[in-house]
Structures are given as structure tokens and as C-alpha cells.
Design a binder for this molecule. Structure first.
Ligand SMILES: O=C(O)CCC(=O)C(=O)O
Ligand SMILES: [Fe+2]
Length: 326
């Protein structure tokens, strides 16, 4: 069924409220259907990365990024936590990172799962566990209409429990998508410290409410996991500093959306921190589109203190003009 004929073209098929009706029309094989069902139910799905030369790519990536990251991959006794811990957008210079991010089979599968064409917009390569606080990617990267975003996490080695594996909260993608209005915060123009820290307490309260616990992902090299935009995930504690946890995350959006950063936006006022993206696959620009119409960047709203200063200067000028006329 084409996008135009669908009842809810603005909702990813895999997150559809009529998912059982959509599933048979998504054009999926049996194995792909399992992935769709898991992603719909749990907010994540595991699969073997479909690349016959993935082992060679992994070896080359680890070798070349070790140098940039200052990781001593050769000495098993050395602490691995000395370097920056991540490289963002290595796809710009590393063909293997770009090939993984742009894998045609993955792009095709994601496109059928979501009902719009997928494109990769960011890569992250990690040599060790991130120990990143539980979060949803939806506060960092989101779309209008919502949820047209996902992450694919690929293990570049067998992951050990003490290496600080990725962990996630099963089913949390169905909890409310948090925004600034919900927590009584103005995001647009807010200080650019941590994008996700303002939401930590809210997520912890959701976890309490559902009596939920994170589960660790312990994949073998070459296994991957897709997560939904609103799934809580993060890096668990790294108990052994001598262990690496090589991985690549690729973040994907889907065509014909507005792409923005919710943490620094106030959606209800139309103040959006828009993203200016190119596709990792071919470097083509990805304009912000709403139902085919290009959205121009919103100019920064005047800060309250600047407004107050302007008002007081005007009043002072008026006072001086009036007193000089006396
Ligand atoms: O690998 C991890 O520990 C988490 C990475 C992550 O949250 C992300 O890239 O979105
Ligand atoms: Fe994330």
C-alpha cells in the first residue's frame, strides 16, 4: 500500500495503533516479520548484520580508530579508558564506518518497517562502554511527525557483562514521549549543557511506576539491535576497566519529515531547534519537510533579559526627553 493510501501515513508502520492490520501489508519476509513484531512489542529487535565482509570491516575499523582514540587494543591488561571514548561521524573519513551505516539491506528493511525511506544521519564509534545514563534518543533527535527515528547498535566484538554493555528497558517505547512542556521547562535557547539531564527524574519516575529494570545486551560480534526513538537505553556500569566494548551506533531518520532537537525546542510555540542534515549514505542534503513543504529555520526568540533591557532603555529615554521639555 502506498503512503498516500494509508490511514496513518504520519505514524511509523511498526509503531502503528493498527499494527496487526498493517503487518501483512508491509512486504516483509517471515524473518523480517519477527523483527517487526519484536520492535513493535519491545521497542527493540536483534538481528545478524547482513554484510558478508563484516569481520574484515570490523578489523579495519578497530585498527584505524584505535590510533585516533588512543586505545591500547593489543595489551589485555591495560586500562582502556584513557581516550575520548567515542568518535562521532567517523563515516566522513572511514569507508567501512560509512558502509555499515549505509548497508542497503538494513536501509531497505528500516524503510519497510517505518513506511518511509530511511537514511543514516550520524555515526558513533565507541571502543569502551559509554556508561551513558538511561535516555531516549527522541529527546536528542526527533521528527515531525514523531517517531520517524531509530538507532542501530552493532557489536564490533563479543560483548562481556563487565565491559558496560548497552542496556535498555523493554517496552518503555510505549511510555509517554517526554517533552519540555511536560516537565515545565523552556528548551529553546536553553544553556547547551546536557541535553538529556533535565529528563532523568521523569524517566526514573516512569521506571518506578512500571517497576521496570534495564536488561543488558550481550551480543556476539556482528549482531545488531534496532531501537525505537522512544526506547529508554544507555550504557551499564563498566566493572572492568581492562575490557573494551567496541561498537558502532548509526542513527537513522526517515524521508519527508522535520528533523529537530526536542531538548532545545518548545514545540507548542513553534520554536524548533532544527537540524541541517546530510545523508551519510551519499552526502545529499536532507531538507526539513512538512507534507512536502520546506520549513525555514525559526529565528531565535528574544531572550527575556534582552527584552527587559530594551524596555528600560526606552523608558529612560522617554523620561529624559520629558524632563528636558520641562
Ligand atoms: O552504546 C551505548 O552505550 C549507548 C549509545 C547511545 O545511546 C546512542 O548512541 O544513542
Ligand atoms: Fe541513545
Amino acid at each position: 500500500m502506498s503512503e498516500k493510501e494509508r490511514l496513518f501515513p504520519g505514524i511509523p508502520l511498526v509503531e502503528s495503533p493498527i499494527f496487526r492490520q498493517e503487518l501483512p501489508r508491509m512486504g516483509l519476509s517471515e524473518v523480517e516479520m519477527e523483527i517487526a513484531i519484536a520492535l513493535n512489542r519491545d521497542g527493540f529487535a536483534v538481528f545478524d548484520f547482513p554484510d558478508p565482509v563484516i569481520d574484515d570491516r570490523i578489523e579495519r575499523i578497530r585498527k584505524s580508530l584505535s590510533v585516533e582514540l588512543g586505545v591500547n587494543d593489543a595489551d589485555p591488561e591495560a586500562s582502556k579508558l584513557s581516550g575520548p571514548g567515542r568518535i562521532q561521524d567517523a563515516w566522513q573519513t572511514n569507508d567501512d564506518v560509512r558502509a555499515i551505516a549505509s548497508n542497503a539491506i538494513v536501509l531497505d528493511l528500516l524503510s519497510r518497517l517505518y513506511g518511509r525511506k530511511a537514511f543514516p544521519f550520524q555515526t558513533l564509534n565507541f571502543p569502551v562502554g559509554t556508561q551513558q545514563h538511561l535516555h531516549t534518543d527522541a529527546v536528542h533527535f526527533s521528527t515531525i511527525p514523531p517517531k520517524f527515528m531509530c538507532g542501530v547498535w552493532l557489536a564490533l566484538e563479543d560483548i562481556q557483562a563487565d565491559a558496560g554493555p548497552l542496556h535498555y528497558v523493554r517496552g518503555s517505547h510505549k511510555w509517554p514521549m517526554i517533552d519540555n512542556a511536560m516537565i515545565g521547562r523552556k528548551g529553546h535557547g536553553a544553556a547547551d549543557t546536557s541535553a538529556q539531564a533535565p529528563y532523568h527524574d521523569a524517566w526514573a519516575a516512569f521506571m518506578d511506576e512500571h517497576n521496570a529494570q534495564p536488561e543488558q545486551f550481550l551480543p556476539c560480534k556482528g549482531q545488531a539491535l534496532i531501537w525505537s526513538a522512544n526506547l529508554l537505553h544507555g550504557g551499564s556500569m563498566q566493572n572492568d576497566p581492562r575490557l573494551t566494548r567496541w561498537s558502532q551506533v548509526t542513527h537513522y531518520f526517515f524521508d519527508d519529515c522535520v528533523y529537530y532537537t526536542p531538548a532545545f525546542s518548545d514545540e507548542y510555540l513553534g520554536r524548533l531547534a532544527l537540524r541541517n542534515l546530510v545523508s551519510v549514505a551519499d552526502g545529499s542534503p536532507k531538507p526539513n519537510l512538512y507534507l512536502g513543504e520546506e520549513i525555514a529555520p525559526v529565528t531565535q526568540a528574544p531572550l527575556p533579559w534582552a527584552k527587559r533591557l530594551r524596555q528600560s532603555l526606552t523608558l529612560r529615554r522617554k523620561y529624559h526627553q520629558e524632563s528636558s521639555m520641562k
